[in-house]
Structures are given as structure tokens and as C-alpha cells.
Design a protein around this ligand. Sequence first.
Ligand code: GLU
Length: 492
Amino acid sequence: MTEPIRVRIAPSPTGTVHLGLARTSLFNWAYARRLGGTFVLRIEDTDRTRSTAESETAILEGLGWLGIQWDEGPDVGGPHAPYRQSERVERHLAVAEQLRAAGHAYRCFCSAERLEEVRAEQQARQETPRYDRHCRDLDPAEAAARAEAGEAFTLRFRVPEGVCTFQDLVRGEVTIQNVEVDDWIMVRQGASPTYNFVVVCDDADMQITHVLRGEEHLVNTPKQLLLYRALDLAPPQFGHLPLMLGQNRKKLSKRDGSVSLDDYIALGYPKKAILNFLCLQGWALDGETEVFSMAQMVAAFDLKDVSKGGSIFDFEKFHWMAGEYLREESVEELADHCASHVVAAGLMTADELAERREWYLRVVAQEQERIRLYSELPARIRFYFEAHDAVTWDPKAEKGARKRGDAAGTLRDYAAWVSGQDLSNPAALGEASKAWVGEQGKQIPELFQPLRCALTGLPGGPDLFEVMVLLGPEAVAARLRAGAARFGVEPA
Ligand code: GLU
């Protein structure tokens, strides 16, 4: 019988959900779901000064929002609780002591100043800075006596001679000479365990079978493997996911654009677009299909399809994909997703949105083809809410309209005619308006451009006659009057 698959993510609660964490979570989740495994979320708060409860909450909320559900974690519990590393320190220190007693770790009494001097000398000789193993061969009895007397110490791992080779699930065989691995600190002064040490204790205790994480952790893997060996434990299998890169092929960072999931949620990227786009960061469905669902991903997810090379995060394409998903939504869904943005922009209150639901749905339906993000709606529909004599005119819209003959006169004549028309059926109004233009001996743009400018101020946009119906007869009359007056005056 093969052992059940158990994967995990171990976010550090020191900020919000980074896109890299979201991607790693998604891949672990898909792997577990595809193979009927268990997905564990463990909070890695070893860095006590930077970890905060707010950040932990933000991470759980962010990942929860994406719909990546963990089977075990600090909030849902599980058979290996606690799932917060800070609550497992006793266990970590017991393992540290076990390793020290067996000779795999040793106390180091070097002061920060001494370590700094050693580093400076090494740098001056252009050597890679590393611990010079000053305390490695201290007599254990002497070390114990110094510790007993209250002298501060760290606990370092005694890296053995030899090589460390492993089969990375993504990258294939990886070999590192042990001499490349520093005698790293497992426990800092004041009995504070470090990441590379606790991650092994916890992964082993939680029976993690596969560690899928970002390539930036590849340097840590030999340290962790040597620790498994020292503990006489079978290590999990490791797979390092390619780095997410900016356009400059350097690790994706704030310089390239926002890297925080929260920002994309706030901007109104559809959830499915975020998920789909994250999937593409190092994985492909079939090399061609770019738009696919989570169900398709889970059904097809295989580590053999994860690329070794870094993946460039294309913000432009992400924005495009947002639009693709936004257009797939029903008008009701889209209206609901845009509602908070409309309220935040001060256009309507939540109550007004409910009262004028039918009207709002029609407005949204007109914009679905044009926007790519929920947050883009308010700017598109702001004109409905402006004072009739102070509609913001886009200079391009105004310029185009002024080129069309006597814009002021056309609008005045049209206003007189349209006041007698039925403003409830956009298609009929459109047809009648076109016929009216013909009767005037004018070309269609001579009416349409000034009309759009007067009603919306925009150079392009939704069907004009639908807009007229949505504005209603009074607003139309007032805007045509104001528009004719504005066109009657030469622009400054
Ligand atoms: N706390 C580490 C991180 O957030 C976890 C690394 C790991 O998965 O081992 O990158």
C-alpha cells in the first residue's frame, strides 16, 4: 500500500498573501485534490518579531477567498495540532536537545562581534562568508559548563562530510557538496528555533510526504535533508516550483507591479481569473489552452508538467484574462461584484442599488463588454449621476462632435423632436432617430457624436438609445439643452 499523500504550505504571517504564496498554495491544493491527499496549512511564525496575528488572519482570509481549502490548519484543527509553529516550541527544543546529545548539533558561544569579524575577513579574501566552525570541537563538558554558568549560545548543526543528492520532482537530480553547507544555526540565543530546523521537525511530525515550494527554498533543501538523515527519518519528496519573474527576468517584486493578492481583489479581478492566471505561473494545461477552470486544473494537475524555468508574470495578460472571465458572468453576478465599487465611488448607496435594481442591471449589462475589472465600472457609469449641465466631457468626445457641422443646432432641433417621442424602447427610438437624421438631410455622425457627448461626455460607449431610456425624458431634455448651449460657445 502506498502511503497517503500529505502536502502543506507553511506561510509566515508577516504580511498579506503574496502572489507567490497564492500560487504555491494552489499547486499544493491541486496536487492533494488530484491524488486524494491531504492539504495542511501550518503557520510558520518562527520569526516572532515580524509575525503578527493580523497577518495570520489576512492569510487565512486571502487563501480562503480563493477557495483553496485546507484539510488541517490552525483554524480547522486536525490530528497533528497545533498548526502554529510557535505553539510547538517545546517539541522543537526537545528534538534540538536530542540532536545535540547525539553529536549532530553543538553549542556555539561566538559573539556577534566575533562572527562579524570573521565575515569581514572572509569577504576581504573574497570568500563566501560562513561560520569558521570555531566552537565545533569544543569539549562537550566545557560547553555544558559554560551554558550552565549562563553564557549565551546558539545551537549549530554539525554538517557531516559527503554529498547530498536528491531527486527533485520538478528539477530532476540535484547534488550539493556538503562542504557548501554552512554549520547553520538551529536554535538562536534565547532558545528560539530557526526555520530550517523547525520546518523539518514539523514536516516529519505531520507526516508530510511531498514538499512543493518555491525555488527560492532550493538552497535550504540540503540543510533539511541532512537533518532528516541525522534524525534517522525518511525525508519527504521535494519539488521546487519555478520562480515567478518580472519582465526583467528577475524575481517578481513590487517594482514590477503589485504582488499582493489583496490588491487584485480590491481592484476587482474576478476570482476565476486570478486562479486561472496563477495556475499558468509554471504550469500549463496542454500548452495551448489558457483559459480553464479549477476543475480542469485539478483533473489534469501533474508535477511532470511544471516547468523548470521561471515564469514571467505578464500583468497585461492578467488584465486581459480578467476581462475574459468578467464577460462570462451573468449580469446579476457582475452587478453584485461591482456593487461595492459603485458604493465606494459614491455613486449610489447600497439601499439605492437595491431600490433601483432593474435600472442598475441594465446599466451594468451595457458595460459588460467594455470593462475588464469590477472597479472599472464606476468611471464608466459616472455620467449618469452628474448634474445635467455639468457632465464631464472627454476632450476627444467634444473635439469629434465639434467637427460634425452645427452641433448646437442639431442638438436643439433633435431635442424639440425627441420631446415628442416615446422613450421606452431603445431599438424603436434608434430607428426613428436615424429616420429623423435622414429627413434633416444630415449624416448619422452629425447627430450621434454631439448626442453622445451631450448625454455621456464619452467618446464611445454603450448604445446611445439605451442610455437615453436609462436617463429618462427629463434628464435627456436637460442634457440636450445644456449640450446645445455648450456647443454654441466656442471652446476656450
Ligand atoms: N515560511 C516559508 C515561506 O513562506 C515556507 C517554506 C517552506 O515551504 O518550507 O516561504
